[in-house]
Design a protein around this ligand. Structure first.
Ligand code: EPZ
Length: 437
């Protein structure tokens, strides 16, 4: 898919969808709890969700979708092998490991995939299973864990990992376990809430980096129902998009606390932001203050999943900005594309250096989900020419109805299945008339 983009100032209202990365632990919680029916409300209709649902089918589940509700019948879930092809398409699939261990004390998974944003090993997930007393067999193509987990145990992560923490929780659901050095991203905290709802004694110690779980006294359940929180990365993308285009947006269905670090940076740069209950208003400007050093790190710090997007906005700052991504230190694919648009952006000792620059429409290519979002923002900011963004379909992995939402707020974007005809580009989006309506 190709997106054709033209300089725009966004204006209007946008509603954030349910969280992609909260969907996977919700599925995991339902399976690990032993539920036969799992209902997940506020589910975004995005590709990564559909891939996960296909994987559940391979495990013997059935599902149906009613509006934004996904209903999974897990009565006949089995320890089938899941296809490496589907498993490797997304990272969220890795929670199947902890879920199956929680349900059957046995799990076999192929190596997981996800966006190509650097190395993504699963040694910490394996460490968690080992610490719980499972026997783990690690081969090039799969990981298998089995045996009887300890009734009481301790897992200590070497680094903070989001899905690793989720897996550790899921595999500990029938034991009493202390999990140390955990990630506390809102999606992890939601998993804690999901399990609490169904009688698991679980808590985050003093909002610190320790989770205490005791599932030994929980009751069996037949049905589990969860409602996904709003997607904080989608919300943050809209905030940055509005600021970068100098537009004005009302962003609805947001939990401001989940993107506090983003709000703080934007305010510091000079964007006007008003926070209401479940809603944020943002008003951009033409010039911003630079940031000395922005560090993307584990929650509550600035999220790595918004690092590519903020790079585009900082091109409009009056001085030099530096960004360091501690989570994915090689998440750079957007940089080379922004350079093609004329941006003065480079790498120095692992830091991204952004100097004030005007960017111009060009032919560019997205490589992963969040860089696609960043390059859309770039296309809406770029002067003179239109931008041709290749591999635009990547956006469908994580943003529900993105094009429709963009058009609703006056963004000039048109999407083409394959090649764009020359006359289309010349005509310009402002004068664009679709072939068939
Ligand atoms: C989750 O991935 C998210 N995915 C990612 O969202 C997000 O970028 C990431 O957390 C960081 O916030 C889902 O929730 C499905 P990590 P995850 O384990 O869990 C290293 C998006 O665009 N590590 O917290 O895979 C790892 O290499 C995406 O929505 C190990 O070394 O991330 C990374 O440097 C992309 N060994 C760091 O830890 C391990 O066993 C943090 O990764 C596990 C991770």
């Amino acid at each position: 898919m190709i997106a054709l983009l033209e300089k725009s100032k966004v204006l209007g209202e946008v509603k954030v969808s349910g969280s992609k990365n909260a969907f996977f632990p919700a599925v995991g919680a339902g399976i690990a709890l032993g539920a036969e029916k799992i209902v997940i409300k506020n589910t975004p209709k995005i590709k990564d969700v559909f891939v996960m649902l296909e994987l559940l089918k391979e495990l013997g589940c059935e599902y149906k979708i009613q509006s934004s509700e996904v209903i999974i019948n897990a009565e006949k879930i089995k320890l089938n092998d899941v296809s490496p092809e589907n498993f490797g398409k997304i990272r969220g699939s890795v929670v199947i490991f902890g879920s199956l261990l929680g349900r059957f004390e046995n799990a076999k998974i192929p190596m997981p995939g996800g966006c190509k944003i650097g190395k993504r090993p699963i040694d910490q997930h394996i460490k968690a299973a080992n610490s719980l007393g499972y026997k783990v067999e690690e081969k090039e193509e799969y990981v298998k864990a089995y045996g009887t987990p300890k009734k009481e145990g301790k897992i200590k992560f070497d680094i903070k990992t989001v899905t690793g923490t989720e897996n550790a929780i899921l595999m500990s659901i029938n034991s009493k376990v202390e999990i140390e050095n955990v990630a506390i991203e809102p999606e992890v905290q939601e998993l804690i809430n999901y399990l609490k709802k169904y009688g698991v004694d679980i808590r985050l110690e003093n909002k610190e980096d320790k989770i205490l779980i005791d599932g030994t006294k929980r009751k069996k359940i037949k049905e589990a129902e969860f409602e996904l929180i709003p997607d904080r990365i989608e919300a943050g993308t809209w905030l940055i998009l509005a600021a970068a285009t100098g537009g004005k947006l009302k962003i609805k269905n947001v939990i401001a606390e989940h993107i506090k670090a983003v709000i703080d940076v934007l305010k510091e740069c000079g964007a006007k932001i008003k926070i209401y209950e479940n809603k944020i208003e943002v008003e951009g400007s033409e010039k911003y203050k630079s940031v000395d050093l922005l560090i993307a790190d584990s929650y509550p710090a600035f999220p790595t999943d918004l690092q590519p997007q903020i790079c585009v906005m900082l091109l409009k700052a009056e001085g030099k900005s530096r960004i360091k991504d501690n989570i994915f230190p090689e998440r750079f694919s957007h940089i080379w594309e922004l350079k093609k648009m004329g941006a003065d952006i480079s790498l120095e000792n692992g830091e991204i250096i952004i100097n004030p620059s005007k960017i111009y429409g060009a032919e560019i290519e997205a490589k992963d989900l969040r860089s696609t979002a960043a390059l859309v923002i770039a296309g809406l900011v770029a002067e003179k020419n239109q931008t041709i963004l290749k591999n635009f379909e990547l956006i469908e992995r994580g943003y529900e109805n993105f094009v429709k939402k963009l058009k609703n707020v006056n963004a000039k974007i048109e999407v083409f299945e394959d090649e764009i005809r020359k006359e289309e580009i010349i005509k310009g989006i402002s004068n664009y008339v679709p072939y068939s309506t």
